[in-house]
Ligand binder design. Structure first.
Ligand code: HPA
Ligand code: ZN
Length: 350
């Protein structure tokens, strides 16, 4: 895609952006775990509906437990919470609630993640999960004008054989997802552990993405690109530790799906004012903004943008660049991208 000179196209480009300006811009979300959008209120509702006991007495108690010191301390609670998801209706309700939030935030397209192994390990059929999620995604296309492409993530703390088995189980549902990803505990589980399963997925015509360089080193970003041949990197903020990698990411315009609130809640950065997203953006790296696990990290997409405005003085130009990167970095078809970009430039120039 031809590079657009945004300085000429964005009015008052050096001004700090307003939240309302960013909300109106067409945006995509490419790094969102559906299980991570399970709000405590819905968790209690589903526990009651499925006759399950929760280890928490109240919503306040749940929220107090969301005090994380690293990725693993979050994942332990996140997998526990997902246990309330049992039926097709549960997966539909979870996905629909997230889509309503997307609509409020000006999101026009999403490529959300789900973790089938978290559910199949508990004896839930993968078909139930696909059907519930897809019913909501189809409804959103018709009623909210939000398009989507679902991404199936393998859990990297499990073996490659288990990931292969997961891919095998998902094969009858190939028309229901567009790509594979890699998430869960990063340290000690380098991307190359999953080389064969990613190669098989790509042979099936699926896109590939992987979490890398969140807690793990910059070398994991390199091996996600070289061994897994991913189309995008999820997080990737530790690329800043490797100058040659930074140059490669800029040259090849590889999208990094960055999640500011997640990074501060999981102590990847000690404070939002320390976050490097705008520094990467200004070095021409194709970063964009996402919520990751909004129910656990304190906010959806617009709250992530609001944090960048408040703590990093994000300008209108930077906001438009981030929104543009979210469109170009997606797996939408070229004409769909063009349509959203035209609208984006129109709003940015006003
Ligand atoms: N990192 C790794 N695995 C995850 C995350 C994350 O931020 N969220 C849900 N699973
Ligand atoms: Zn994530």
């Amino acid at each position: 895609m031809k590079k657009i000179n945004l300085v000429e196209r964005v009015s008052c480009h050096e001004q700090v952006a307003s939240s309302e300006f960013v909300r109106q811009l067409p945006k995509t979300e490419l790094h969102l775990h559906l299980e991570g959008s399970l709000e405590p209120e819905l968790m209690f509702e589903l526990a009651e509906r499925n006759n399950l006991d929760l280890p928490y007495a109240s919503i306040e108690e749940v929220k107090a437990a969301y005090d994380f010191h690293n990725l693993q301390s979050f994942l332990d609670i996140y997998y526990q919470c997902a246990d309330v998801l049992r039926t097709e209706q549960d997966f539909y309700d979870l996905t629909w609630a997230y889509l309503l939030r997307c609509h409020e935030d000006g999101i026009v397209h999403i490529e959300p993640f789900f973790d089938p192994q978290t559910h199949t390990e508990r004896g839930i059929d993968i078909g139930i999960v696909f059907q519930g999620i897809n019913r909501a995604l189809l409804q959103a296309e018709q009623e909210l004008n939000i398009t989507s492409g679902l991404i199936l993530c393998f859990l990297r703390h499990l073996s490659e054989e288990q990931a292969m088995e997961c891919l095998q189980q998902a094969k009858p549902y190939l028309e229901h997802f567009i790509g594979v990803g890699l998430d869960s505990s990063e340290l000690g589980h380098p991307p190359e552990k999953f080389t064969r399963v990613f190669s098989q997925a790509r042979e099936l015509g699926l896109y590939a993405v992987a979490h890398a360089g969140e807690e793990g080193p910059a070398a994991y970003i390199v091996s996600a690109l070289d061994a897994l041949k991913v189309d995008r990197i999820d997080h990737g903020v530790r690329c800043i530790e490797d100058e040659a990698l930074m140059q490669r990411l800029a040259k090849e315009q590889i999208t990094l799906t960055v999640c500011p609130l997640s990074n501060t809640r999981l102590k990847v950065f000690s404070h939002m004012s320390e976050h490097n997203i705008l520094e990467l953006l200004d070095q021409d790296i194709a970063v964009m903004v996402n919520a990751d696990d909004p129910a656990f990290f304190g906010g959806y997409l617009m709250q992530n943008f609001d944090a960048l405005i408040e703590h990093l003085d994000m300008t209108r130009l930077q906001g438009v660049k981030l929104a543009l990167n979210s469109i170009t970095g997606s797996f939408m078809l070229a004409d769909q991208k063009e349509k959203h970009i035209a609208k984006l430039l129109d709003i940015a120039s006003q």
